[in-house]
Design a protein around this ligand. Sequence first.
Ligand SMILES: Cc1cc2nc3c(=O)[nH]c(=O)nc-3n(C[C@H](O)[C@H](O)[C@H](O)COP(=O)(O)OP(=O)(O)OC[C@H]3O[C@@H](n4cnc5c(N)ncnc54)[C@H](O)[C@@H]3O)c2cc1C
Ligand code: FES
Length: 315
Amino acid sequence: MSRTWGFTQAVDLAEAHDQMTAMMPIPLPPVPTTQRAGPVQVRATIMKVRTAGAYREFTVHAPGVVPGAQPGQFVTLGVGGESSALLLRRAFALSGVDGDAVSVVVAAHGAGTRWVFERGPGDVLDLVGPLGRPFPAPSPGAAALLVAGGYGAAPFVGLAQRLTAAGHPVAAVLGASTAERLYAAQELAPLTQVLVVTTEDGSAGRTGRVTDVLPDLLPGASVVYACGPMPMLRAVAAQAAARGLRCHVSVEEAMACGIGVCMTCVLPVVGADGTSRFLRSCVDGPVFDAASVRFDDIGRLPDDVQGASAMLTTR
Ligand SMILES: Cc1cc2nc3c(=O)[nH]c(=O)nc-3n(C[C@H](O)[C@H](O)[C@H](O)COP(=O)(O)OP(=O)(O)OC[C@H]3O[C@@H](n4cnc5c(N)ncnc54)[C@H](O)[C@@H]3O)c2cc1C
Ligand code: FES
């Protein structure tokens, strides 16, 4: 197996995961065999650009990325062009896969995402993926509630397709600050038994936040999947926990390498043994069991987290 991280050459993510886990004994579940295809780096030609409210959805020809790609995984894109000073790749959730094509939805945020935003059909993107761990499958027959904030809905069309195909009842709540920041409401409508939309300014659906409608939806759910800003994930996780429901959250921690090397993306997670460790959201996540994430301590270096003292430069 090649270890080179070069164009179109596969790197075995599962093998790398096993080696890292052996070096730092972190009690993680094994990578599902369906994910063992590993990521590739490709020059991906943009086939189609679709405007979706405030976002743009890019469908690119990315051979080698699709095998093994699952909802919840992400890709990284080089930004700014070959002579750019923007060195770090930017992460985007996979919003769709079809044949050799993959899609991502992009919100113009800073210099990197604005550069992607301005690309058009025929332009070539430097893409690495699929990366990270996907959303796990629920237990047979479990009713799933999907909760998304803004472009956090990106992985949920694919997830809802898989869940409905496997016979799971699916409900979804999509929230955003305004109507134009909602994503995938039309696509999710035929895949869900209940679809609730909320906007903070009342420009679409119910006025308020996704968490306002959860008390109505959680009683019918057996498992919750959430993707969106960290404060939303924390609030959804708290409501799910209060009802004893399993909740899977996809976190959006700032990333640099995206492949588990730099430790930029770590967050404190409690292991099955009760010990808290900093886990890398790019390879150990971005999907985590919400009950294991120490939301109160994200961005801090609490003393009881294994490895925290090693990360302090001054005390
Ligand atoms: C797993 C994952 C999935 C994501 N999915 C999407 C998606 O589907 N669509 C989308 O539009 N955006 C997504 N993001 C956020 C996107 O990666 C950031 O908005 C982007 O990196 C910001 O780059 P910028 O140059 O525009 O902004 P700048 O603020 O100039 O970014 C500078 C650096 O900060 C980091 N950074 C800044 N904001 C974020 C952020 N919110 N999350 C992570 N890193 C950040 C990046 O590493 C970047 O290198 C995702 C992030 C992660 C980690
Ligand atoms: S972004 Fe480098 S380890 Fe996660």
